[in-house]
Design a protein around this ligand. Structure first.
Ligand SMILES: C[S@@+](CC[C@H](N)C(=O)[O-])C[C@H]1O[C@@H](n2cnc3c(N)ncnc32)[C@H](O)[C@@H]1O
Length: 267
């Protein structure tokens, strides 16, 4: 099954298509709506429909290992808690790989690995021969097993250390072991984001110039659409406000896929 839209742009495109279909159905393609209004609607649909494809076309392709992992993840029959739409995918994976490359990170932490797409994308940019590594936290053993199988197919996967269990416990263990990270990607349960941020900042898990990338900070528009915030939308809205109010931090929210906020500590 094709993935359902999970970005503000994708959802808006689907809404415009649905309005066009309903207008068509209502007047049989006749003239109840002025042609210029229909033309504007079609243009809005083309803009929204085309942008994600165009962005993907203009982005370096994913490696064969990542493409195979995406295909495998989409083919899987997921249950209640996990879904194929969780996979970050081509453009966000390329974005994360770029962050690893330009920051020169050698110690990367991922909170919320799923089947390993973003972990593998980041690992592909780690330098070879300097002991670089990526620790990936995941609570679901089935997703973790698919990730391990994918990592075993490619040299980049060899530097990924999968930790299965609640991420907060893993972060506490890493802090107790004195581990520090140059780049952290947070993409697990949205209600846990504030706790992960506290553990990262207070547990001294961040190297001095560390960069945090936090996923889904647009949460499909829920933080700003009136009356639409579910549990995850409310958690993200509170998290975004909290980050904005924290004077130790500087942040920028980028509309990559469902929103990625880059955060760094400034004091
Ligand atoms: C959005 S998916 C991650 C997608 C992944 N980063 C990618 O690019 O494919 C979120 C993942 O976080 C995991 N997760 C949820 N709660 C967690 C927790 N408390 N500790 C660790 N992982 C958790 C879920 O099982 C799920 O696989």
């Amino acid at each position: 099954m094709a993935p359902r839209p999970v970005t503000p742009v994708g959802i808006a495109a689907a809404l415009v298509r649905s309005v066009e279909t309903r207008l068509d159905g209502a007047d049989g393609g006749g003239s109840a709506v002025a042609p210029e209004v229909l033309a504007d609607l079609a243009r809005a649909r083309d803009l929204l429909d085309g942008v994600e494809d165009y962005v993907a076309r203009c982005t370096s392709p994913a490696s064969p290992a990542l493409q195979a992992l995406e295909t495998r993840t989409r083919a899987e029959a997921w249950g209640e808690h996990l879904e194929q739409e969780m996979l970050s995918g081509h453009v966000e994976g390329a974005f994360l790989r770029m962050l690893v490359a330009v920051t020169g990170a050698t110690r990367v932490l991922e909170v919320g690995m799923f089947t390993g797409y973003s972990a593998l994308a980041m690992a592909e940019a780690l330098p070879v021969g300097v002991g670089a590594r990526l620790v990936a936290c995941e609570v679901d053993e089935r997703a973790a097993q698919i990730a391990r199988e994918a990592f075993a197919t490619t040299p980049a996967g060899g530097v990924i250390d999968v930790r299965v269990g609640p991420a907060a416990d893993t972060l506490r263990d890493l802090a107790a072991a004195g581990e520090r990270f140059d780049l952290v990607f947070v993409d697990a349960d949205k209600g846990g984001y504030a706790t992960y941020l506290d553990l990262l900042l207070d547990g001294d898990l961040l190297a001095p110039r560390a960069l945090l990338a936090v996923d889904n900070t647009l949460l499909q528009g829920e933080p700003w659409l009136p009356g639409e915030a579910g549990v995850n939308g409310a958690a993200i809205a509170a998290f975004n406000d909290r980050v904005a109010a924290d004077e130790r931090l500087e942040q920028v929210l980028l509309p990559v896929r469902d929103g990625v906020t880059l955060i760094r500590r400034v004091s």
